[in-house]
Design a protein around this ligand. Structure first.
Ligand code: NAD
Length: 243
């Protein structure tokens, strides 16, 4: 029963994160919507969540900053009373071929996508341990499972997320805390809108014949949040592309 619990959703202002925040709100979960850029977008996601009768507030935080993540978690705990669910969804791409990739593009992607996940779990886990329970869902990617030309930095970060997920799952299982990951394929969001490949060509390469929606991914996230006997698992939501 997740009704009445509190979730932190990073990167909750748009795309997959916004869909996850709204699906959780639909289940009666109070939501802290974490955003990095657009406060108006985050506020409109909060309004849509509140329409389900839950509490929803927005928080500006760069998850790659260890101290900022710590302060964010403390503030959410103060505002909501506790934290029960952590959705590590914030992520960026800085694509480029390995022979040309700038050091900063490698470092920035690792800082947000991988260290950000560490920072948030690190800051929430003591609350979960005290509560004797908690649910963590991390956003990986099929790029992290299969590799992808032009995404050395992103694939490394998302493979790292799988490693964090399984290690945290093993460490915190005795405390009643689960940690799982979702690995989306091609999902229709701002992240994929400027791909150099023709969308129809992408759809043809996907066994189920279409790109995914943020709601397709949100359904898997909420499934994992509700599941009590699944931990250390990685669920692909990719229309079959990584089979
Ligand atoms: P998006 O670009 O629409 O949204 C990303 C969100 O993360 C935004 O709200 C942004 O503000 C936030 N964010 C970025 N850097 C941040 C930081 N340092 N601190 C806090 N927030 C930050 O992307 P999306 O497609 O919705 O992606 C969501 C997650 O799903 C990402 O982790 C992404 O890597 C992963 N993913 C997406 C796809 C896809 O096809 N769209 C595929 C596989 C995995």
């Amino acid at each position: 029963m997740i009704k009445g619990q509190t979730a932190i959703v990073t990167g909750g202002s748009r795309g997959i994160g916004a869909a996850v925040a709204k699906r959780l709100a639909q289940e009666g979960v109070n939501v802290a919507v974490v955003f990095a850029g657009n406060a108006d977008l985050a506020e409109s996601v909060c309004e849509e969540c509140r329409a389900f009768g839950v509490k929803a507030e927005k928080y500006n935080c760069d998850v790659s900053d260890f101290n900022a993540a710590k302060e964010l978690t403390a503030k959410v705990k103060e505002d909501f009373g506790t934290v029960n669910i952590l959705i590590n969804n914030a992520g960026i791409t800085r694509d480029g071929l390995i022979a040309m990739m700038k050091e900063k593009d490698f470092d920035d992607v690792i800082a947000t996508n991988l260290k950000g996940v560490f920072n948030m779990i690190r800051s929430c886990c003591s609350i979960f341990i005290r509560n004797k329970g908690g649910k963590i869902v991390n956003m990986s990617s099929v790029s992290g499972l299969m590799g992808n030309a032009g995404q050395v930095n992103y694939s490394a970060s998302k493979a790292g997320v799988v490693g964090i997920t399984k290690s945290v799952a093993k460490e915190l299982a005795p405390r009643g805390i689960t940690c799982n990951a979702v690995a989306p394929g091609f999902i229709n969001t701002d992240m994929t809108k400027n791909l150099s490949v023709d969308p129809e060509e992408i759809a043809r390469a996907i066994p189920l014949g279409r790109m995914g929606t943020p709601e397709d991914v949100a359904d898997a996230v909420v499934f994992l949040v509700k599941a009590d006997y699944i931990t250390g698992e990685v669920i692909r939501v990719d229309g079959g592309i990584a089979m």
